[in-house]
Design a protein around this ligand. Structure first.
Ligand code: ADP
Ligand code: MG
Ligand code: MG
Length: 882
């Protein structure tokens, strides 16, 4: 990063009327703020002049322990001089002082993450000169006290609260409620007091030398690039550390000179709905920071009697003209900052405005209709993740109180309800028409009915692929897991959240999109999928090549999936059907059976129910492929663990409770995820798989008779050996053909396998030989490739990420170098062995945009994800193709 100064290298770029030395294209060098201020200057929009020190200087500063490249000092001095000439003022001149702001600005906007200092250049001498020149000593003192506070906090590290307290005390003494009501004498006292604070905290006086102030502020802005909040914001948004921030030094304009002055922030369209209306807030007699700080409540810029539109109509008109120009120029919704100084409008910032998912889609579609952008640009404008907000209810951030706890955002949406701790309670209360939130330390398959009736699920442990998370996402149900701030006490029927107690029946609100938990009933906004959304998605579909299917276990999920645009079912997990109340005891009888006959008898009872489910799924997917996975989980998952439940089951199915308990214990496994599950079940209990195949084929024949077009794909889980699949394929084909022969029907079904054991990926060519398709089960594949248990990894994942050992949880975003490499290898070798091999992915990664991009690159035929993520994956696939 180090470089000596070559004559061709420059570190400082001027901006101002009539032309700037930079522009919007130089974002990397000048930062977004500096580049866009320059761009506005070039457009003839009034911006206070100034200059920008490049991000390269930031890199140098970081690499040289706060040192600057040779020649920077002179370059800054030259530009400062140019600014003095341009403004007709001098920096540090006691009679006519130039004041400047020092502003941060990275390539991409990081609102509020780095620092800015206003009113630099004021000292005991210039404050008097400024007061006299403007005949407004109050204004000069107001600017001075702001400088001392900002400089004190940002550059000298004095806690802001100390300054705030002094300010509040002045307001109290003067019996006023707002800062702008403080008179000059009060401000003079305040300045004195603030300087005491600085002296007490730092042992030195507030610097009187404007140049010392300037360089102090420049260094502080560079340092703020590595402030903890900036670092974590970058980590969250994936911005690299090497970008650095630029620093803009800009002549001050003053919104705090009196009642003909103002400052404000506006959006060229409504950032929450996307509606085409100019929207913003402003304050009279104030400086920029006040609008966000919230000490005074800002007023709307239009539509009311106190609005800027009503009070300063000519200036409002100019502002409208400027915003329209900016929006046409950038062809995007802009977020702008402006200041009015004694009847003059100045623009201080413009940037692409942050917006909700709703607004993003609406603005993109409207702008296509307005001829501002083409469809391709529109599709690129919306981040796939943003779509999630559209598909689920959300909490309006403006209405949100402080959260009582924070967990992992496992499944998006927001919902309120009464706390329940057990399935029985959940079912009973929901049956009585109440809204409930199921709170557990973790969930297990037995909780499925409780989860189904709950509006939201909250667990204190577990990660993003824990049972609760996976099932909730499949159901499209709001869920927060791994909420370590709560402890669940089942015995006392209460949970504790950071010192607060919530009892059975108390109301809470859970927001699965953010992981937040709130006390009480926080209002939510419902999702609406409208015509605009459909149009947008049609455009996205036009660009993508990767198909998107859904993981859906029930006919209802399948209907939902199709509504969201799924092009088939990539994973129908038969075990979830087993958990339904009317059949679980038959499943248990089947598992507990000692003989093949007893097992078959139980299976015969399950058969018609499975057939019904499959028929429902086939009907919902008329004309589209449906991949059904044969039974996968270890059998003990279907059995109760608690003594009371075992007793109850023994009674229901008429066996001895003690014998039952022993039998259940004998099914215990030390490592169930690597135990007797998947295709190993099919090999030891072939009748289980046979019955499932029969149900699939009979269902297919039945619905086809009703006119439905079916493409069943039968999938064998957890295969690691060619011989396993060969053996089971023979079983499947034998049973399917037997049923078809009996029914005198013909159905084109295929038989394939999941690739989720590393050995299967490594021997893909052999396995492809006996497989019609591959579907990567990337949850298990990740688990087995890393040797990370899905359920236990949350205990150490945070530490891995914090230490930089992993950058993302590999269960959320696919690990490119390891798991991704296995996927690529297996796809290539499998296809080489069998060119017709169909290849898809059905893990949780199917809904993760980065993973979708990788699957597009590798050339998979489809990804499959939970129904609510289907639009996200469709858009991610379009982005990958663009
Ligand atoms: P942020 O990135 O936190 O928005 P800014 O650099 O935009 O920081 O500055 C914070 C506030 O100060 C904004 O309201 C901005 O408009 C205002 N401001 C910055 N520079 C000037 C200036 N030269 N004259 C008047 N106001 C300014
Ligand atoms: Mg700003
Ligand atoms: Mg699996």
């Amino acid at each position: 990063m180090t470089r000596a100064r070559k004559p061709s290298v420059r570190y400082v770029y001027h901006f101002g009327a009539p032309r700037a030395e930079g522009g919007a294209a130089m974002r990397d060098l000048l930062g977004g703020k500096g580049a866009d201020v320059a761009e506005m200057a070039n457009l003839g929009i009034p911006v206070p002049p100034g200059f920008t020190i490049t991000t390269e200087v930031c890199a140098y500063f970081m690499a040289h322990a706060g040192g600057y490249p040779e020649g920077l000092g002179e370059e800054v001095a030259e530009h400062l001089h140019r600014l003095e000439v341009e403004t007709g003022r001098r920096f540090g001149d006691p009679l006519n002082p130039l004041l400047v702001s020092v502003r941060s600005g990275a390539r991409a906007s990081m609102p509020g993450m780095m620092d800015t200092v206003l009113n630099l250049g004021l000292n005991d001498g210039t404050v008097r000169g400024l007061g006299e020149r403007t005949r407004n000593p109050r204004f000069a003192l107001d600017s001075y006290r702001r400088l001392i506070q900002m400089y004190g906090a940002v550059v000298l590290g004095v806690p802001s609260a100390q300054f705030e307290q002094a300010l509040a005390a002045r307001r109290g003494a003067a019996r006023v409620s707002a800062d702008h009501e403080l008179r000059a004498d009060a401000l003079e006292d305040l300045v004195r007091e603030q300087r005491e604070i600085v002296r007490a905290a730092t042992g030195a006086d507030f610097p009187q030398d404007p140049h010392q102030q300037l360089w102090g502020a420049i260094a502080a802005v560079f340092r703020s690039w590595n402030s903890p909040r900036a670092v974590s914001y970058r980590a969250m948004h994936g911005y690299p550390d090497h970008w650095g921030t630029a620093v803009s030094v800009q002549a001050m304009v003053f919104g705090n000179m009196g009642d003909d002055c103002a400052t404000g922030v506006a959006f060229t369209r409504d950032p929450s709905t996307g509606a085409k209306r100019f929207f913003g807030e402003y304050l009279v007699n104030a400086q920029g920071e006040d609008v966000v700080a919230g000490i005074r409540t800002p007023m709307a810029i239009n539509g009311t009697a106190e609005s800027l539109e009503a009070r300063m109509p000519a200036l409002y008109g100019q502002l409208v003209e400027v915003y329209e120009r900016l929006e046409r120029h950038y062809r995007d919704m802009q977020d702008i900052e402006f200041t009015i100084e004694s009847g003059h409008l100045w623009l201080l910032q413009t940037r692409g405005g942050k917006r909700t998912g709703h607004a993003a889609v609406r603005i993109a579609v409207d702008m296509v209709d307005e001829g501002l952008i083409d469809e391709r640009t529109a599709v690129k404008r919306v981040a796939p993740e943003q779509l999630e907000q559209l598909l689920h209810p959300t909490i309006d951030p403006a209405d949100a109180p402080a959260a009582v706890a924070q967990g992992l955002p496992a499944s998006p949406g927001a919902a309120s309800g009464r706390v329940v701790f057990t399935v029985e309670r959940a079912v009973a209360r929901a049956g009585a028409g109440e809204r409930v939130v199921l709170v557990r330390s973790e969930t297990s398959p037995e909780d499925i009915d409780g989860m189904r009736v709950a509006r939201a699920i909250l667990t204190s442990t577990g990660g993003m692929t824990s049972h609760a998370a996976v099932v909730a996402r499949g159901m499209g149900k709001c869920c927060v897991v791994g909420c370590t701030g709560i402890t669940v006490d089942y015995a006392a029927k209460e949970f504790h959240a950071n010192g607060r107690v919530f009892r059975d029946g108390d109301t809470i609100t859970v927001e699965g999109s953010t992981g937040k938990v709130y006390a009480g009933d926080v209002p939510t906004v419902e999702a609406t999928l409208d015509h605009t959304f459909d149009r947008f998605m049609t455009w996205a579909d036009r660009f993508r090549t990767l198909k998107v299917r859904a993981n859906a276990d029930t006919p209802e999920d399948a209907v939902q999936a199709r509504r969201f645009g799924a092009e088939g079912i990539g994973l129908c997990r038969t075990e979830h059907m087993f958990f339904q109340e009317d059949r679980i005891d038959w499943v248990r009888r089947m598992i507990l059976a000692d003989t093949r006959e007893a097992r078959l008898a139980a299976l015969e009872r399950i058969l018609p129910m499975q057939r019904e489910d499959f028929a429902g799924v086939f009907r919902a997917m008329d004309g589209l492929p449906v991949t059904i996975r044969l039974l996968d989980p270890p059998l003990h998952e279907f059995l109760p663990a608690q003594a009371a439940e075992i007793d109850a089951l023994a009674q229901r199915i008429g066996v001895d409770a003690h014998a039952l308990a022993l039998k259940i214990r004998s099914l215990h496994e030390f490592n169930p995820m690597l135990g007797h599950r998947g295709c190993r079940l099919g090999i030891t209990f072939p009748e289980i798989y046979e019955i499932q195949v029969r149900a699939i084929i009979e269902a297919a024949c039945a619905v086809r008779a009703g006119g439905t077009v079916v493409y069943p794909e039968i999938m064998v889980p957890l295969v690691g050996l060619r011989a396993e699949l060969a053996w089971l394929r023979a079983l499947v084909v034998r049973e399917a053909d037997r049923v078809l022969a009996l029914l005198r029907e013909r159905i084109d079904y295929t038989v394939g396998t999941m690739i989720e054991v590393p050995r299967a990926a490594l021997t893909a060519a052999e396995i492809a030989d006996v497989s019609d398709f591959f579907s990567f089960g990337t949850n298990d594949l990740t688990q087995m490739t890393f040797g990370f248990s899905r359920d236990d990894s949350p205990k150490f994942m945070r530490a891995y990420i914090d230490a930089g050992i992993l950058s993302r949880d590999p269960f959320e975003t696919i690990d490119v170098d390891g798991v991704g490499r296995l996927v690529r290898l297996a796809t290539e070798e499998g296809r080489r062995a069998k060119p017709s091999l169909k290849v898809g992915l059905c893990g949780e990664h199917g809904g993760d945009p980065a993973s979708v991009r990788l699957m597009h690159e590798i050339g998979l035929d489809y990804v499959s994800c939970s129904p609510y993520r289907v639009p996200v994956a469709r858009l991610a696939a379009a982005h990958a193709a663009l």
